[in-house]
Each structure stands twice: as structure tokens, then as C-alpha cells.
Design a protein around this ligand. Sequence first.
Ligand SMILES: CC(C)(COP(=O)(O)OP(=O)(O)OC[C@H]1O[C@@H](n2cnc3c(N)ncnc32)[C@H](O)[C@@H]1OP(=O)(O)O)[C@@H](O)C(=O)NCCC(=O)NCCS
Length: 195
Amino acid sequence: MRLAWGPVELHPLRREDAREWSRLRTENESWLLPWEPSTGLSWAARHTPAAYRAMRRAATRRARVGTSLPFAVRYEGRLVGQVTVDNVVRGALRSGSLGYWVDRAVAGRGVASLAVALVCDHAFGPVGLHRLQADIRPENRPSRRLVERLGFRQEALFRDYLDIDGAWRDHLGYALLAEETPGGVLARWRARAPR
Ligand SMILES: CC(C)(COP(=O)(O)OP(=O)(O)OC[C@H]1O[C@@H](n2cnc3c(N)ncnc32)[C@H](O)[C@@H]1OP(=O)(O)O)[C@@H](O)C(=O)NCCC(=O)NCCS
């Protein structure tokens, strides 16, 4: 599956991106650390090329059984981030949880908004989900702004929700339903954000 708009392209995680992913994530440690769930491993150990290959294998397995939609994000052909819908549940719920990050070097240009909007439209369209959620630390202003501009509503406050960077952190629960953006999430964002 490939999703694209202008210079932004999303595709499944590629085996050959291991070294570039490792370099990017290592360089972006201070940018990403305040927002990423702890694993008990050091940042360096979590971001070797071998760690990428293991992460890719696990993500591909989950994608095959339908519990995840993992995408790499490219900007002007260069790997710059990831967008993933995890915890995909079918049946009467038909929901999933969004996660995303971009390289600090491309932040603030709308790349992340575009990428997340493309994934939302894919999830609500061909995949058939009804609800997408994003759990965000109250301090993460760019991320809150991103989902708010795409139409997500704040529904909840989860106290001490995730172990991040050595402590339990509160999160705000945002959600968007398929019928809340009948014309599509990308169209809504583009209509509101002349860039
Ligand atoms: C969250 C993240 C993906 C957003 O990326 P980005 O490149 O800033 O996204 P965009 O350029 O699409 O901008 C999103 C919105 O946030 C706003 N924004 C960017 N930086 C901001 C800041 N420091 N304070 C307030 N708003 C900010 C942008 O202006 C934009 O709003 P607009 O559409 O009204 O102009 C990026 O900051 C990131 O990767 N952060 C680290 C990982 C992370 O936090 N992941 C999400 C965990 S929930």
C-alpha cells in the first residue's frame, strides 16, 4: 500500500531503510524521548539497524493479521518518520490508535499533518475503521495542534497513563469518527490550512 500527496509519500517499512532509520532516530533522541513509551532499554540499544529489522518484522506480522497499519514517511524521497495505526480492533468497535513522529529537521512544514491525514483517510476508507484515537501528553503542543487541526476532539484525560522517560505521564485522549469528516481528513486539513 502506497499513499502520497505532493512531496509526502507513505509506504510499508522497507528492509533497506535500517541504517537510515537508525541514524535518524539516534540523532533525534532529545526530540523524541519526552513522548515515547519506555522499554527498559537504552536509546542507543533500541535504535540499532538490528532493532529496526526486529521492529519491522513484528510490525509486518501485525499488519498481516490486521491489527496494525505501519507506514514509513518520506519527504522529497528521504525517510523522515513513521505513522502507525496500532491496536486495530474489528467487529462492532472498528477502531485503532495513532502513533507518529517526524525528523526534527522537517518539523513545522505540515509533513506530519499531511501524513497523518492520508493514513486517517486510508483507515476510514478502504480499511473500514469507524474510530481513530490519539493519546497525547498535555505538554505536547505540536501533536495536540496537529490532531485538533485534523478534526480530532478531546474526549478524556488518562491519569498516569504511560511510562515515559522514567515516570508515569498523564495523557489526553483525542478521537475522530469516520462520519465526522465526510469529505475526508486530508480535504478538511487542506481547506483550513493554506500552505
Ligand atoms: C508531533 C509532530 C509529529 C508534529 O510535527 P510537525 O512537523 O510540527 O507537524 P506539522 O508541521 O504538520 O504541524 C502541526 C501543527 O502544530 C503546530 N506546531 C508546530 N510546532 C509547534 C509548537 N512548538 N507549539 C505549538 N504549535 C506547534 C504547527 O504550526 C501546526 O499547526 P497549524 O496547522 O495550525 O500550523 C512532531 O513534533 C514530532 O515528531 N514530535 C516528536 C514525536 C511526537 O511528539 N510524536 C507524537 C506523540 S503523541
